[in-house]
Design a protein around this ligand. Structure first.
Ligand SMILES: Cc1cc2nc3c(=O)[nH]c(=O)nc-3n(C[C@H](O)[C@H](O)[C@H](O)COP(=O)(O)OP(=O)(O)OC[C@H]3O[C@@H](n4cnc5c(N)ncnc54)[C@H](O)[C@@H]3O)c2cc1C
Length: 404
């Protein structure tokens, strides 16, 4: 059936018991979790990464990112398409913005595999249930999974917006500050990165089409979690003459949260690291994941205590709070703009000086210079294959639609 994921996750008798203790336990093997693991490579620490799916098995986004981030992390082999402009549609006219830096779309599975290649951690598929209470005086943190209890003194929650290893503060849609996004992945080609600001698709939010070689990623994101995006995602796909197949969707946090809690470290969507307004969360998941990995490396190499790492990482996280707050303010302004003003406004904002200035500041929220090659690059200088053609993976993730 179209749209149903092929699960490689262990089932039945394959699900052998899994317990024991490690130096570092990283829960979640997507952008944030893999970035943390990669920074720990070569440190000698016993690191275990767990996820309910195999690495790269289930795509979690449209996979669009500033090209420089891919280049800085040696991920260019996963690139599928590159864009130097953004075509913006409003009901009252279209504008093409020349971007001061390019964006790329990539293949999720390949990108995860490249990140993983630079790690020397162990990996197991396991579903995380919750964090258990540590025995008194015990510094290791026990985490309950469907395959047993795993403990470590350093535990990372990179599990996405649910923030499973926190105390549980009732942060649930539709009341929590979460956006919702859904997309379809039909076959197709286009040379344009496109965005729609059009209330026909969503009152507060935007629609998009991100081409990635022989596939389009067409979706709608709503800043209002009560707005169901399924119908209008399908409407946009129909308007573009594309098939409604291979759904992918999720809640998207749009507010920064605490970076640590009860000894656990949070990175990526679990810490609200996705940027408001643009809902760009890959770059920031990598960025904060790298920052956290560096702090944890200081602990496993005996250069600092867990408490110092927690304090330093929390300070780093909090130093970004005002930038996230500003972007959230702009996000809240969008639905208040009268539709007839949208076209002229978008055209006015398209002035080169403004685009260069605003996108420059936007990139600096998580700049690509922050990513340096893995400390344990066992593969020598990474091949930068960005300008050559890449074999398009024959196998693509078939992912189930999140019920919008
Ligand atoms: C439709 C859509 C399109 C998007 N497009 C873009 C885009 O083009 N560019 C961009 O920058 N951002 C995009 N985003 C946002 C981006 O996907 C997220 O911000 C980003 O994936 C966050 O990375 P992460 O590593 O924190 O979490 P995730 O990528 O969500 O990974 C979480 C991991 O945890 C695992 N997991 C979850 N729960 C459990 C559990 N209980 N047990 C075990 N494992 C578990 C999951 O399997 C997954 O591997 C999009 C979001 C949506 C919904």
């Amino acid at each position: 059936m179209a749209g149903v994921p092929v699960r490689a996750t262990k089932r039945g008798p394959q699900k052998t018991p899994l317990d024991g203790s490690h130096d570092v336990l990283i829960c979640g093997a997507s952008f944030a979790g893999l970035a943390v693991a990669r920074e720990l490579a070569g440190s000698g620490a016993d690191v275990l990464v767990i996820d309910r799916y195999e690495i790269g098995e289930r795509q979690t986004s449209a996979c669009g990112i500033p090209t420089e981030w891919m280049r800085a992390m040696g991920l260019m082999a996963a690139e599928r398409q590159r864009f130097d402009s953004l075509l913006m549609h409003t009901p009252h006219g279209d504008s093409r913005f020349r971007l001061p830096f390019t964006f790329s779309t990539f293949d999720y599975r390949e990108l995860c595999e490249i990140l993983w290649r630079d790690c020397d951690a162990g990996f197991e598929t396991a579903k995380v249930n919750r964090r258990l209470r540590a025995a008194s005086g015990e510094r290791t943190i026990p985490v309950e999974t469907d395959r047993g209890v795993i403990s470590a003194p350093l535990v990372v929650d990179a599990l996405g917006w649910r923030r499973m290893l926190a105390s549980g503060d009732g942060y649930q849609p539709p009341d929590a500050p979460l956006s919702r996004g859904l997309e379809v992945h039909p076959d197709g080609e286009s040379k344009d990165l496109e965005v729609w600001i059009d209330r026909r698709y969503v009152r507060a939010g935007y629609g998009w089409s991100f081409p990635a070689g022989d596939e389009l990623r067409i979706g709608v994101g709503s800043f209002d979690p009560r707005f169901h995006v399924r119908d209008t995602t399908e409407l946009l796909a129909e308007d573009l003459g594309s098939e409604k197949v291979r759904y992918q969707g999720n809640w998207i946090p749009h507010k920064l949260r605490g970076a640590t809690e009860g000894g656990v470290f949070f990175a990526g969507d679990s810490a609200g690291h996705c940027l408001p307004l643009s809902a760009e969360g890959i770059r920031t998941a990598l960025y904060f994941g790298i920052a956290l990995g560096r702090e944890l490396r200081g602990v496993v190499e005996g250069r600092q205590s867990r408490e110092t790492a927690a304090r330093r990482y929390a300070e780093f996280n909090d130093s970004h709070e005002w930038k996230f707050r500003w972007m959230l303010r702009v996000q809240r302004l969008v639905p208040k703009i009268p539709p007839r003003l949208l076209g002229p406004l978008v055209r006015a904002l398209g002035a080169k000086r403004f685009i260069d200035w605003s996108f420059g500041h936007y990139l600096q929220i998580a700049p690509p210079e922050f990513a340096k090659p893995s400390p344990n690059d066992k593969h020598g200088p990474r091949q930068q294959q960005g300008d050559s053609e890449h074999p398009l993976g024959a196998e693509r993730d078939l992912v189930e639609a999140e019920k919008a």
